[in-house]
Design a protein around this ligand. Sequence first.
Ligand SMILES: Nc1ncnc2c1ncn2[C@@H]1O[C@H](COP(=O)(O)OP(=O)(O)OP(=O)(O)O)[C@@H](O)[C@H]1O
Ligand SMILES: *[C@@H]1O[C@H](CO)[C@@H](O)[C@H](O)[C@H]1NC(C)=O
Ligand SMILES: *[C@@H]1O[C@H](CO)[C@@H](O)[C@H](O)[C@H]1NC(C)=O
Ligand SMILES: *[C@@H]1O[C@H](CO)[C@@H](O)[C@H](O)[C@H]1NC(C)=O
Ligand SMILES: *[C@@H]1O[C@H](CO)[C@@H](O)[C@H](O)[C@H]1NC(C)=O
Ligand SMILES: *[C@@H]1O[C@H](CO)[C@@H](O)[C@H](O)[C@H]1NC(C)=O
Length: 464
Amino acid sequence: MSSTRTLFLVSSCLALTLISLTLVLKKWHLGLREEGGGDDGPDADLKLDLTSEKLIQQLRERQQELLPFYLNSTGDQTGNETLNEEVLGSEQGIGCSDLSGMTVVDLLGSGYTKTVLKVLTQQGSAVALKSVNEQGSDMRTCLEDFRDPQGCQELVSFKLRKEVILLQRLKHPNIVELRGQCRESGLVGGMVAVLEPGTPLQMIQLLQSPWEERFRVCLGLVRLLQYLSRSPLGSVALLDFQPRQFITVSGELKLTDLDDAVVREPSCRIDSDCLLQFPLRNFTLPCSSSGVCEGLNQLRNLYNAYRYFFIYLLPHQAPALLKPLVEEIMNTTGELKKNVEETLEDFEKVLHEYKSGLHLQNLQPSVIKDYAVVRGVKTAGDMDYRCWPSYEQQACVLSVHNALEAAHICSSHPQCTSFSLSRQRTWTGRRLASFRSGFSQMLPDVNSTLYMRSQAGVSTAAQL
Ligand SMILES: Nc1ncnc2c1ncn2[C@@H]1O[C@H](COP(=O)(O)OP(=O)(O)OP(=O)(O)O)[C@@H](O)[C@H]1O
Ligand SMILES: *[C@@H]1O[C@H](CO)[C@@H](O)[C@H](O)[C@H]1NC(C)=O
Ligand SMILES: *[C@@H]1O[C@H](CO)[C@@H](O)[C@H](O)[C@H]1NC(C)=O
Ligand SMILES: *[C@@H]1O[C@H](CO)[C@@H](O)[C@H](O)[C@H]1NC(C)=O
Ligand SMILES: *[C@@H]1O[C@H](CO)[C@@H](O)[C@H](O)[C@H]1NC(C)=O
Ligand SMILES: *[C@@H]1O[C@H](CO)[C@@H](O)[C@H](O)[C@H]1NC(C)=O
């Protein structure tokens, strides 16, 4: 029986691989099929010339768009540094020759422009391959306009090339890591970026996760925005700023879609030239004496962070004593009263208080007296109950600063009769505590401490 199941598993894996490879090969053929299929008649030729003229024009514009990223902010502005991505690329690890030995295991995501596959390298480690999405609307629109598969491949590839250059220039823990690239891969017919693999950001899932994890995402975002506001390329604005431009890697937020990033801040004559428009709110910034809307890029990013992330993730279930600080952040970002640097300071302050347990000062220390402590013991045969937002779906697992905070939580849950503290810690260094309504056995475990609520404690709560 188990062998048929294994066979089934193997064949479904194979099927997936085959589907993906077929997809990949189809792309490859599409990439090759460019020269044939001409129109007939001199009029058609003329029309073709005009459209190809237009396509060449667009290709030129995309090329121009890449130029600023090759130049140092201090460098000369002649634009004469050659567009030599090979030179840049040579510092990178995984290259074209490594691609052929890879196995496609999953489709991670796709958008208007790009497709991302999860693949295993020959050494068995997983990476994400980003390439042009042949079925995407960017490609479709181009093909409708120009009927030139190779030209369109090249045109759409510029977005990925731009992204790769940006990923080479911008290095930060909250930006996806570029592990390599290949300019002309037979595998997918064009540019491929090799990235660290992650999980697409699931807003719904994140909404149901503990505040600590939601705060982590927001903090990561602000740290990213602070870096972008003074990056090696200058102040970077993300024009398309939606959750789907981000992934998480072990709970840490990372930016993955950079093709809509811009570097220069708009020039201006008067303040009203520096208008930041959002659907529900407009802001006008001062025009600097040098005729630039200074700070516009970072404030655009910050307000987008507020409206796409903070509103949903930050206030809900914040620890009671941190609420004033969190409300303050909501207000200053929602009104753009502070810049990114100052906002980051506010975030780091919240993190500091949370980590140090300062927000727990008011807890009654006597509560712990209701508990008998058994060190070096874990439980088995637990009777679990669910709580929210638990780190485990079928049980009540919460992060706590110390045993006292856990005791307060247990005493506030009528079902809770005991809890264990493990050595396992969350990203802030808080400890994970498991709360339960009963257990059948105690087992030795050096890494666990059991706290049993006294009968008196339980019945007092029951009376309340
Ligand atoms: N390294 C990665 N690991 C896992 N998933 C990823 C990774 N990079 C991107 N993705 C997923 O692939 C999707 C498409 O990537 P990307 O956003 O770069 O393409 P796009 O065509 O520019 O998308 P859009 O149309 O949303 O702008 C992303 O929304 C994300 O969910
Ligand atoms: C870019 O900057 C580096 C260091 O600041 C410098 O060594 C290099 O010559 C610059 N290149 C150009 C093209 O300006
Ligand atoms: C760019 O550099 C090349 C060779 O390095 C030179 O021939 C050319 O004149 C330069 N162009 C400009 C605009 O400086
Ligand atoms: C923002 O500005 C635009 C253009 O000036 C205007 O049409 C729009 O009504 C303004 N929106 C808000 C919410 O003020
Ligand atoms: C910020 O606070 C002020 C004063 O309390 C209030 O009027 C305003 O609506 C708040 N703005 C946001 C975005 O919360
Ligand atoms: C206890 O924790 C240490 C360090 O985290 C680990 O090496 C060890 O295996 C754990 N022991 C048990 C019994 O889980």
